[in-house]
Design a protein around this ligand. Structure first.
Ligand code: ADP
Ligand code: ZN
Ligand code: ZN
Length: 731
């Protein structure tokens, strides 16, 4: 009887063998008994003969698989190879890797079929009198919709209530049917819907370089300032790829995936674009996944997990804003979609474009080392000018709503000219702390031991680490004084203060409190570009991807915290943020300026950015990382642990260190820690980390692998909540 090895979604670093009536294709899903449950796993090997243990030759008694879910492999060989690579590189159980790779419906065992249930008009329903005879408006609309052809149940359900559908069915006007998908779409035979702008010289060089080497793995770093026309380069290089009938996969940060972005691709080629993001229904997601797998769509745009989309005939992978932190998954399988894109493009033998105005030091390092082809766009497209960066020394200046007097006059002059002004403050809420005016004690979240943020509109305190919320106390918890005062400024207070300073100016606040949900954000952004508001206040949502052609002044308040952070990446992140923010301003031939208000005007990071720009800063930062032997000039992995008892976590990490300490064979490997995480306590649990570092990536991985089993069998490993993060990006 054949033996099947199955990757089962359990946290164990192994596959499990089952017996089967027949051979099952590698890459197909099966349902298998596991303990008292039945789980959906993926077949990783299938062989005709059972293995005999060499010593006593009795065959091992295996359980039988319960059900074969796919008659043919669901995943092709490149995705199977990718899963194996993921499991090895991230030291993650293969069954859980597969569970991460699959859309949730498939993970739950849904049968994949090319036909799906749908609704169509019955014979009576086709009678024009049927619609006229209906009372309910919704019923009429539903009938009109189905008059255009049968439709999948899910799509009908998305627009009409179950009651409407049932009523029409009861009246015999509609009936259930099965919808089969149309054969592969004809997307490769498009005609351009717009004449592309003539490429600038820089764009032309980039486009020619990319077009010269089709159909093979060549990684490019498209390093172009904001507004330099990177998206236009993507549009022009994917055209020949699509014409060859090859698909293009484009990854974007979560916040960058707007109808505007998708619309740009749709408008150029006049073909449907498949969209994948975290807020879609499972059904919709599976549908796009299937379309991509069948080759029915040519362009797929998605966020992080879209890197797992199966492609029938892959032609190119693009990662836009490749520096963005949202590409790193922060729990479970902690993969980096950008790194995975490199691996996948390599496996698929297709070109890879990483685009950014502020490339990650990882990618820049690869470009400078000639592992990636470095393409640069230094000029803004269409003649728009660069934003001027300036520092405003706020020491000893009177502040109004947290803004220095000098800056207020600059703001006023921009507003008087009818332009928009963007004020950035990366702190939501009214005030980041409430202090006792008598004894100085702050009102803290008990489980995180950090001050609560005051949210005035709700009249409540909120912990920004764990989300806990409580009423504003009437007196101090330690001295009982009733004199409690807020300290510091958040966007809510800034908005209020600006309202007083500029009472006649229409203002909008964009942060996660004021703008809940993607649709609302998109509406606000449209209103901003329609010039409904002149003053824009907000957090980093404002720094990403959106263009504000009428903004001529960007004001950044309070970036001093990041200048002195313990995170070695803080400078890189701040420089990216400032550069990205600067890129929001001064399009459409309106020159822009940006002011950084700081108490540290002479700080070398700020000076370097202002005088020499991001690319100079980034090269300097790489030199510093080299001297300090920090990533990307070395490789890191971090063990994190958390528990209610701090000493338990520290002990566990000490023991982890001992597990590894005994191997003296690792050249240049070292440990940092255990030390507290940057957020030391969250929801009552103490958090510590142990950083492992090696100059060579390969050495780090073999070292890690060598003793991971020992770590897992530590008694404390069952008591402490712990994880392993490869190439961590935050602490
Ligand atoms: P990026 O992706 O680098 O931010 P975009 O591709 O969005 O830049 O281009 C910025 C603006 O310049 C867009 O409005 C775009 O239509 C325009 N643009 C891009 N390339 C050209 C070009 N070669 N000629 C004229 N306008 C261009
Ligand atoms: Zn007090
Ligand atoms: Zn808390």
């Amino acid at each position: 009887m054949p033996i099947i090895d199955v990757a089962v979604p359990v946290p164990l670093r192994q596959t499990f063998s089952y017996s089967s009536e027949q051979l099952v294709a590698v890459g197909a899903r099966v349902k298998v008994p596991f303990g008292r449950r039945q789980l959906v796993g993926v077949v990783v090997a299938s062989r005709a003969e059972p293995e005999h243990s060499s010593e006593n030759d009795t065959p091992v008694k295996l359980k039988a698989i319960a059900e074969v879910l796919d008659n043919s492999p669901l995943f092709n060989t490149t995705l199977i190879a990718l899963a194996q690579w993921l499991s090895g590189y991230y030291h993650h159980p293969i069954g859980e890797v597969w569970a991460t790779l699959m859309p949730s419906k498939l993970r739950k065992g849904a049968l994949l079929s090319d036909a799906q249930p749908g609704w169509m008009l019955s014979e009576e329903g086709h009678d024009p009198k049927a619609i006229a005879g209906l009372r309910g408006k919704k019923q009429q609309q539903c009938l009109e919709l189905l008059n255009q052809g049968p439709l999948a149940s899910d799509e009908v359900k998305a627009q009409f209530s179950a009651a409407v559908i049932k009523a029409l069915e009861d009246k015999g006007l509609i009936e259930a049917t099965l919808i089969t998908h149309p054969p592969a779409g004809d997307w490769q035979h498009f005609t351009l819907q717009q004449t592309p702008p003539t490429a600038s010289t820089e764009q032309g060089v980039a486009i020619a370089a990319i077009n010269q080497q089709p159909g093979q793995f060549v990684p490019y770093l498209l390093d172009g300032v904001t507004g330099s026309g990177k998206t236009e380069v993507y549009l022009q290089v994917i055209e020949p790829v699509l014409r060859q009938g090859r698909q293009v996969l484009i990854l974007v940060p979560e916040i960058g995936l707007t109808p505007q972005t998708v619309g740009r691709f749709e408008r150029r080629f006049g073909i449907a674009v498949g969209v994948l993001h975290s807020q879609m229904t499972d059904t919709a997601r599976l549908q796009v996944w299937q379309q991509a797998r069948r080759g029915d769509i040519g362009i797929i745009i998605g966020t992080r997990s879209a890197i797992f989309t199966p492609l029938k005939s892959p032609g190119m992978i693009i990662v836009d804003e490749e520096h963005d932190e949202s590409f790193k998954q922060q729990d479970g399988l902690r993969y980096h979609a950008r790194d995975l894109a490199v691996k996948r493009a390599h496996n698929e033998q297709v070109p890879l474009i990483l685009g950014s105005a502020t490339p990650s030091l990882e990618s820049l390092n690869n470009a400078l080392n000639k592992r990636y082809t470095h393409l640069t766009l230094q000029h803004r497209a269409g003649g728009a000018s660069h934003t001027q960066l300036k520092v405003l020394d706020s020491r000893d200046q009177p502040l109004h709503a947290g803004i220095a007097q000098g800056l207020i006059s600059i703001m006023r002059s921009h507003l008087q000219q009818g332009n928009q002004v963007l004020v950035f403050l990366n702190r939501r809420g009214f005030a980041p702390a409430v202090l006792c005016h008598h004894c100085g004690q702050s009102v803290d979240c008990a489980s995180c031991e950090r001050p609560f943020t005051y949210h005035k509109s709700q009249g409540r305190l909120q912990c920004h680490h764990c989300g806990a919320s409580r009423r504003m106390p009437t007196q101090c918890g330690s001295c009982h004084s009733a004199d409690l005062q807020t300290s510091g400024i958040g966007t809510e207070q800034l908005e209020q203060g600006l309202g007083k300073l500029f009472p006649d100016i229409a203002q909008v606040r964009i942060d996660s409190d004021a703008v809940k949900g993607k649709d609302k954000l998109i509406n606000r952004l449209d209103e901003i570009n329609a010039r409904k508001y002149q003053l824009l206040v907000g957090t980093q949502i404002l720094s990403k991807g959106h263009h504000f052609p009428h903004v001529t002044l960007v004001v950044v308040l309070d970036c001093d915290g990041a200048l002195f952070s313990a995170d070695f990446r803080a400078a890189e992140k701040l420089a990216q943020l400032i550069t990205q923010l600067a890129g929001r301003a001064g399009r459409a031939n309106k020159p822009g300026e940006m002011w950084l208000q700081t108490d540290n005007p002479g700080h070398p990071l700020l000076q370097d950015l202002i005088n020499n720009g991001f690319s100079h800063f980034a090269r300097q930062a790489l030199q510093e990382r080299k001297l300090a032997q920090l990533p990307p000039l070395s490789s890191q992995a971090v063990f994190r642990g958390e528990a209610n008892d701090a000493s338990q976590v520290i002990n566990f990490l000490q023991q982890v260190k001992q597990c590894y300490g005994v191997s003296a064979d690792v050249a240049h490997g070292s440990f940092i820690g255990p030390l507290p995480c940057l957020i030391e306590k969250r929801q009552g649990r103490f958090r510590f980390m142990l950083i492992m570092q090696c100059q060579q990536r390969a050495a780090l991985h073999s070292w890690l692998k060598h003793h991971l089993k020992d770590v897992e069998s530590l008694p404390l490993a069952a008591k402490v909540r712990w994880s392993l993060d490869i190439d961590p990006v935050d602490f």
